[in-house]
Design a protein around this ligand. Structure first.
Ligand code: GDD
Ligand code: MN
Length: 378
């Protein structure tokens, strides 16, 4: 506490805000809070746990601790998923000048935090990264497969950001709030790789240092790093290459749409070869339905992996998707035909224009009606 110029007593913001994203970490989160509290003893800090409405009650456990210690807070996001976006929201929810991000499953080494804070201040850096791949760091007992996957992703990451960062995939770092505030609108926010995203979006080379730590084994709960994470990593790379103007979901949606053409032909072809040309109308109808259905499920799995429809929602989702895409197909054919009949553009350009209009329509409408998202997530 200190005196404000007007004479009122005000609270100073803490020096350090520690952001911890969690999903289903009820078994470890309390121990994490205890360890953080003791590791940061003597510093001026706050802890923000960003929980995506974990069904195991993670948020409630943290809230119970927050009732006894106001330095602890919870942001509970409902109907949302995503490690990167959770970190971003946490980082924007504080006025502390320094922000640290750390996992909630005890795999990161919280005892490194005070040294990270000292280093960033003393060496006037933008960011300090907890690194598994500098001398003294390590990954513990990883399988050869996970080790080599991590290596590969690391190399691709290094090329993307043109920085000699040994561990660009680390999810453990401490950064100046000003750096985040200046690039937050350029962050892709997709997937797991928030650190890479920050380096790629900063708009200038960041002054950084890596401090070694050993990635601990997970003792409770389970990793959320599954195959979809690989896909999200790919999407983030694409987004960085094409720039922020075209939404990354649209790219995913279009790629899946392209795949749909393949599915379509794979259904139509055997029907025609079995029943002959008279079956074209029936075959084309069946192929269209199958392709739409497979596109719906692929989009639900990949494009909207963070807001996947499940159970009964799937039926309505499928129905609204097929309905939207049917209208999209009508618009596509109508526009292509109109352009072609006018005679200014040849068959190829006319067809392309039709496809583009259809794709944008399908994307825009299903984004609102099929995968109903909170406005803030769009
Ligand atoms: N809010 C939120 N939303 N948190 C999430 C989500 C989500 O959708 N998915 C995962 N988390 C939380 C987990 O609860 C955990 O605290 C942290 O994010 C890391 O997730 P893990 O599932 O434990 O990831 P990991 O151990 O496989 O991956 C770690 O290593 C990577 C390097 O290989 C993480 O530290 C990554 O950040 C790191 O890049
Ligand atoms: Mn983990």
């Amino acid at each position: 506490m200190r005196d404000a110029p007007s004479g009122d007593i005000i609270c100073r913001p803490p020096d350090l805000a520690l952001i911890v994203p969690t999903y289903k970490e009820a078994d470890t989160v309390e121990e994490m809070v205890r360890r953080v509290t003791s590791a940061l003893d003597g510093l001026d800090w706050e802890l923000i746990v960003v929980d995506d409405d974990s069904p195991d009650g993670t948020a409630e456990r943290v809230r119970a601790m927050a009732r006894r210690d106001p330095r602890i807070r919870v942001i509970q996001r409902v109907g949302r998923r995503g490690l990167s976006s959770a970190c971003i929201e946490g980082m924007l929810a504080t006025s502390a000048p320094f922000l640290a991000v750390m996992d909630g499953d005890l795999q990161h080494d919280e005892s490194l935090l005070p040294r990270m804070l000292r280093t960033i201040e003393e060496e006037s850096l933008d960011i300090v990264v907890g690194s598994r791949y500098v001398d003294g760091g390590g990954v513990g007992d990883w399988t050869a497969r996970r080790r080599s996957m991590s290596r590969l992703a690391t190399r691709i990451g290094q090329r993307l950001i043109h920085a000699e960062l040994q561990d660009p995939m680390s999810g453990f770092f401490l950064v100046r709030a000003a750096v985040i505030q200046s690039c937050v609108r350029r962050l892709s926010g997709v997937g797991f790789k928030i650190l890479l995203d920050i380096f790629a979006s900063a708009g200038r080379p960041l002054r950084f240092r890596e401090l070694p730590y050993t990635f601990r084994e997970r003792h409770a709960g389970s990793s959320k790093l599954d195959k979809a994470v690989l896909w999200e990593y790919l999407l983030m790379l694409v987004q960085k290459l094409i720039g922020p103007l075209i939404p990354v979901r649209f790219i995913a949606f279009s790629l899946i749409g392209g795949l749909g053409v393949l599915v379509h032909m794979m259904v139509l072809w055997p029907i025609l070869s079995l029943f002959g040309d008279t079956a074209f109308l029936a075959g084309q109808t069946a192929a269209t339905l199958v392709a739409m259905t497979s596109n719906f499920f692929l989009n639900n799995l990949l494009t909207y992996s963070d807001m996947r429809l499940r159970g009964r929602q799937l039926l309505w989702g499928w129905f609204s998707f097929v309905l939207t895409c049917s209208i999209g197909a009508l618009a596509n054919v109508g526009i292509a035909n109109h352009l072609f009949q006018e005679g200014h553009s040849g068959w190829f350009l006319s067809a392309l224009a039709g496809i583009l209009v259809g794709a944008v329509w399908n994307y825009a409408v299903t984004a609102v009606y099929t995968w109903k998202r909170p406005a803030a997530a769009r």
